[in-house]
Ligand binder design. Structure first.
Ligand code: URA
Length: 433
């Protein structure tokens, strides 16, 4: 087969057969198809889309590019995956909470993608923390702590590992077929029998409106059904950045503070709803009330934080960060973000904020970009909040003052104000089981 012919076939809106897709992905993984042809194919898929059958085939090819892990039903395996947002650190507190309630969380996760941060990058901000474990080690960590969060590897969904990284730097992230294959391959190969998707909708998400979100939800649920995984989808608002911090180490710090009992309303609301859904889907709790109480208990009695410490230790990180967050990487400078106008926040372009933070190396511009874990932003204003001209509405954490100042201005220019009071938005939009 000729790769160019297949790229043209997809570019012109035609369906690719299983053999053609298999040929393309396998040849890319073995180095016979170069990055530029894979990038061209991804862009062709981005513009021409894929039929549901092609998406399922692509997902299976991704899964079968590595091992397919299975766990016994009695382990109540469940996972959560977010479609990506700005400041979305929810996995970090959620996984230990749900594990502390008795479920098993086998999680293959991702790095930063486009303007959004990734769970693996955030966790790797913890000194010495590792995510590159073998299947055997993954199983051992799960047995010890009830959860493990690792990366795709040569052994586990290598196709997603390579293609995910390439999409990040080739402008091909926001494609429903590619998002579906990427998420579902990881989540099925890891062995979770139940999956809760946090489908983020809004300016900080890859999915900007409910119509597209509904389409993606259908693709995710149907792919799960075909591959024997129960999927439930929680649609959540992603217009204001989540929590108060964006950036790798900063989000770990905020997650630790939340597990220590700090009241963070939007983080708590989403974490609790997703945890309840995970506990019900995996059979640990019968009702939302019961699940909700379990969640509150493990936060209040410190069990969730204990699980988080054990998990960090099992993945070779320094658990002392949970008692002293100054052990996390620290940026040299904090540049204030000063409001240049007065009004109520009507809109925040969170995607642009995510992209602005790549300037301080909180995310990647190229495949081999090195992250600066210490950088990011503190942002206190949400949609509906009042801002006064001259008020400090946040800070940029950086290691280069001039770049930090320019990022501070970029961030301010992505807050849009109105002269009258705006209603606050609800964060949980809809749940489909
Ligand atoms: N999360 C993933 O794992 N993949 C995507 O493509 C988007 C979000």
């Amino acid at each position: 087969m000729n790769p160019v012919e297949l790229i043209i076939k997809k570019r012109d809106g035609n369906k690719l057969t299983q053999n053609e897709l298999e040929f393309f992905i396998k040849s890319y993984l073995s180095g016979k198809i170069p990055e530029y042809q894979m990038s061209a194919m991804l862009m062709a898929i981005f513009f021409s889309g894929m039929e549901p059958e092609e998406i399922q085939t692509l997902t299976e090819i991704y899964i079968n590019s590595g091992k397919w892990i299975k766990f016994p039903k009695r382990m109540n395996t469940v996972d959560k995956h977010s479609t990506g947002g700005v400041g979305d650190k929810i996995t970090i507190p959620l996984a230990p909470i749900v594990a502390a309630c008795g479920a098993t969380i086998p999680m293959i996760s991702g790095r930063g993608l486009g303007h959004t941060g990734g769970t693996l990058d955030k966790l790797e901000a913890i000194p010495c923390f590792r995510t590159d474990f073998s299947e055997t080690e993954f199983r051992e960590i799960i047995t010890k702590t009830g959860l493990s969060i690792i990366s795709q590897s040569k052994e586990l969904v290598p196709a997603d590992r390579r293609i995910y990284a390439l999409r990040d730097v080739s402008g091909t992230v926001e494609s429903l077929p590619l998002i579906t294959a990427s998420i579902m391959s990881k989540k099925i190969a890891e062995g979770a029998q139940n999956l809760v998707i946090d489908l983020k909708v809004g300016t900080g998400a890859f999915i900007k409106n409910m119509e597209k979100a509904e389409k993606l939800a259908k693709l995710l649920i149907n792919t799960g059904k075909c591959l024997d995984q129960k999927v439930s989808v929680v649609f959540t608002d992603m217009n204001s950045p989540l929590g108060n911090y964006v950036g790798n180490a900063l989000e770990i710090q905020e997650s630790i503070e939340y597990l220590q009992g700090k009241k963070l309303p939007d983080i708590h609301k989403i974490t609790k709803v997703l945890a309840e859904e995970m506990l019900i889907l995996s059979g640990i709790a019968k009702t939302n009330e019961l699940a909700g109480k379990m969640v509150e208990d493990v936060i209040n009695n410190g069990k969730a934080l204990d699980v988080f410490k054990k998990f960090i230790e099992a993945q070779k990180g320094d658990p002392k960060v949970c008692d002293d967050t100054s052990l996390l990487p620290q940026a040299k400078y904090q540049i204030p973000i000063i409001a240049d106008k007065t009004g109520w926040v009507k809109e925040i372009n969170s995607q642009n904020i995510g992209f602005a933070l790549i300037d301080v190396n909180a995310g990647r511009k190229k495949l081999d970009s090195k992250l600066d874990y210490s950088t990011g932003a503190y942002l206190i204003k949400k949609i509906g909040d009042k801002i006064e001209k001259g008020e400090e509405i946040g800070k940029v954490y950086c290691n280069d003052k001039e770049i930090g100042k320019s990022v501070s201005q970029k961030i301010m220019s992505n807050y849009f104000l109105d002269d009258y009071k705006i209603e606050k938005t609800t964060i949980i939009l809809k749940i489909i089981r």
